[in-house]
Each structure stands twice: as structure tokens, then as C-alpha cells.
Design a protein around this ligand. Structure first.
Ligand SMILES: [Zn+2]
Length: 272
């Protein structure tokens, strides 16, 4: 091999190495979302005092240190350490007092879950560590990834697409429709149907049917505080894309299923 040829080889190697280094230094959309700075689009809601961006919508923040979040007092919850957006919490407290006067106890059983918390739930269902309804281990019963994702999506959101990220949504009293067939659950749900709107709350996962053909199954326990949630739904409608849902098992199914269109936006029209 001639010395000249060796120099050409070395030069070529050096150029390729430099190019690949430059490529790896270029932040991707995924990187910017995970680091949280900067966001791929700089957007804020029209009606909220604090501008929220897509990272917020996708749950890529820590509610325990976010200035707009407060811890839910044990008096309103079934356990310590849950967080809500402060406006949601203030409205919930008023609703809670009013319900108590009518003999209805509203207990928060789940509140804010950020991306990491939702990822733990999603992946536990994905890999069979957590059984889904009917004690089914999806890793064993459903090898096809799209079919598996669709089964989880009956009741659980893909990370980055959950309204529980926003601090506006909470689950109350019980996570089973059977509870709401019992006298206590019926009374609670009837009270919410009559009064929740006065306090700004709406049931996003109303019965499936003509009025709501797509999305999660009916959830009588899940309520959303609209003054904060509405502009965030609008932000998601304008800017959230299935391709941004990354960083968890089964993420590649998001675009095939149309998670943003069918699930994030597949809500009760009254909550839009
Ligand atoms: Zn919920």
C-alpha cells in the first residue's frame, strides 16, 4: 500500500469521525424534550398566568418542586404525598366541603402523575408485572405490540399523553365501575353530575358511544378541572404529536394507533 493511499484513508476516516461527532452533538427532538430545555416549540396557553409548554403537557417536570403545585392534605386523600395544581386543589377543596354537607365524601385516590410515574404504570402492564382487568398478564396473552398497547389503553395512558400529567385531573373514591353501581358510589356520582360543573370539574371519559366514539373506556371516577385543563387540551391539539411519545416500552405503537387524536382528544365534548 502506498504512503499516499494511507494518507487518503486517514483523511477520510478523520472527516467521517468529525461528521458523526457533529451529528451526535446535534440535539434531537427527543433529547430536548427529555432535558426540558429548550422545547421544540415555544408555546403558552392564552388564559393561564404561567406559560406552559409541551414539556409540561407531556409530564416532563417534577410536581414536587414545580411552583404551581401543592401537596394534597391527607384529609382529602387516601394517602400522603399526592400533588395537584394549586388552582385545581383550591376548587376541589370547595367542592369537597359542599359534598360533605350533602353527605358525600370525595376522596382523592390518584392525582398528578408525571412522565416517570406513568411510565412505571405503563411498563408494568406492558411486561406483565402488573395484571390488567380480569387478571390478565399481557406479556403472555398478547404478543402483538399494537394489540397489547390497545388493551392497556382501555384504562391507562401512554406516558406523555395522560391528563394526570397536568395537575388538573384526579381520580375519586374508587377505580371500578362496580363501586359506582353500589349505593355509595351511585350517590357520589349523582352528586358530581349535579354539582361538579359549578366548581369547574368535568368527566372527560364519559360513556363510549355516538357522542364519544374514541378513547378510554368510561371512568366515573376521573374528573378534570377545566379552567386549567381546557387550555392545555388546546395546546395538545395544536402541538402534541404521536412521534413525541418516546422513551418507554411500546412507544412505537403510538403513531399506528393515533394516540393523540383518539385518546388525548377523544374526550367528552363538554370538557373541550
Ligand atoms: Zn384518572
Amino acid at each position: 500500500m502506498s504512503r499516499c493511499f494511507l494518507w487518503i484513508c486517514f483523511f477520510h476516516f478523520a472527516v467521517v469521525a468529525c461528521q458523526s461527532q457533529a451529528a451526535s452533538e446535534q440535539p434531537t427532538v427527543q433529547d430536548t424534550l427529555i432535558t426540558g430545555n429548550p422545547t421544540p416549540v415555544s408555546v403558552s396557553t392564552d388564559t393561564l398566568a404561567t406559560p406552559y409548554d409541551l414539556n409540561y403537557v407531556m409530564g416532563k417536570f417534577d410536581p414536587t418542586v414545580h411552583p404551581d403545585f401543592v401537596v394534597v392534605d391527607k384529609k382529602y386523600a387516601n394517602r400522603e404525598g399526592m400533588y395537584l395544581h394549586k388552582d385545581t386543589y383550591a376548587a376541589f377543596q370547595k367542592m369537597h366541603e359542599a359534598a360533605l354537607k350533602d353527605g358525600v365524601k370525595l376522596t382523592v385516590i390518584s392525582a398528578t402523575r408525571n412522565f416517570e410515574a406513568q411510565k412505571r404504570i405503563w411498563e408494568a402492564k406492558w411486561n406483565g408485572e402488573r395484571l390488567v382487568k380480569g387478571d390478565e398478564n399481557l406479556a403472555k396473552t398478547t404478543p402483538d405490540p399494537k394489540a397489547r398497547a390497545l388493551k392497556i389503553l382501555l384504562y391507562s395512558s401512554m406516558p406523555s399523553s395522560s391528563r394526570h400529567h397536568w395537575g388538573t385531573d384526579l381520580d375519586i373514591n374508587d377505580l371500578s365501575l362496580e363501586y359506582f353501581e353500589q349505593p355509595e358510589g351511585k350517590k357520589m356520582y349523582n352528586w358530581m353530575q349535579q354539582h361538579a360543573a359549578k366548581y369547574g370539574f368535568c368527566q372527560p371519559y364519559s360513556p363510549k358511544g355516538e357522542a364519544r366514539p374514541q378513547g378510554y373506556e368510561e371512568e366515573k371516577w376521573h374528573w378534570s378541572y377545566l379552567p386549567v385543563a381546557k387550555p392545555l387540551t388546546g395546546l395538545a391539539a395544536r402541538h402534541l404529536k404521536d412521534e413525541y411519545l418516546t422513551g418507554f416500552l411500546g412507544a412505537s405503537e403510538a403513531a399506528k394507533i393515533g394516540v393523540v387524536r383518539n385518546y388525548v382528544l377523544g374526550i367528552n365534548q363538554a370538557c373541550l
